[in-house]
Design a protein around this ligand. Structure first.
Ligand SMILES: [Zn+2]
Length: 204
């Protein structure tokens, strides 16, 4: 079977982006009397900002083709904030223990001095076997853990620099890890994924 044929038989995970969910990103650096120049949409809305971070705009209509290597920013973010499963979108907490099941992969994981950080949302216990079976990447490097809780700690972001007339010029950097405490860097960041810190992480 071709990989396209294999993919058409798989459930599309809740967090995967679709081709018609992408929207044009018109960005500029704004100035104000009290702040250093900061990245914003040229027609800013209050909902552009979350946790003090400029978040990439996307639609949530699931139209078009699944983009298997891309996550929908809003669905990924909501999973992280509300402890939802990245596969089915339901509650990820184990009904018996209340703990969160997590498949930890090398690419989505980062260990820092203050603990374990990941950009991949939780996976509910019921979907763990199917996730491991259907994704070769998870089978190779995915380990199953549980965590007591998760809290937002950082974002993965596209980075921009101010150009002439306040234009926002993409620096070419994608998926840059920016802590929610690094306010200077956040002014130049367009967040595409939320990162959480996992508390009391234990092998399952
Ligand atoms: Zn699930």
């Amino acid at each position: 079977m071709t990989s396209a044929a294999v993919q058409s038989t798989l459930r599309v995970p809740h967090v995967i982006a679709y081709s018609e969910e992408a929207v044009p990103q018109h960005l500029a650096f704004r100035r104000s009397a009290v702040r250093e120049p900061y990245l914003a949409y040229t027609d800013p809305r209050g909902t552009d900002w979350a946790l003090g971070v400029l978040r990439a705009r996307v639609r949530g209509n699931r139209r078009g083709q699944p983009q298997w290597k891309l996550l929908n920013t809003l669905r990924q973010w909501r999973c992280m904030i509300k402890d939802l499963c990245q596969v089915c979108g339901g509650r990820a907490a184990d009904p018996e223990t209340g703990r969160l099941w997590w498949i930890i992969t090398e690419t989505a994981y980062r260990q820092l001095g203050d603990g374990h950080h990941t950009s991949a949302p939780a996976t509910c216990r019921a979907r763990i076997p199917e996730s491991l079976a259907s994704c070769p990447r998870l089978r190779e490097s995915g380990d199953v853990f549980t965590a007591a809780s998760a809290e937002p700690s950082a974002v993965l972001a596209d980075m921009f620099a101010p150009g002439p007339q306040g234009r926002a010029v993409h620096t070419g950097e994608h998926n840059v890890f920016v802590s929610l405490e690094w306010t200077d860097l956040l002014r130049s960041a367009l967040a595409t994924q939320l990162v959480v810190r996992l508390h009391d992480l234990r092998p399952a």
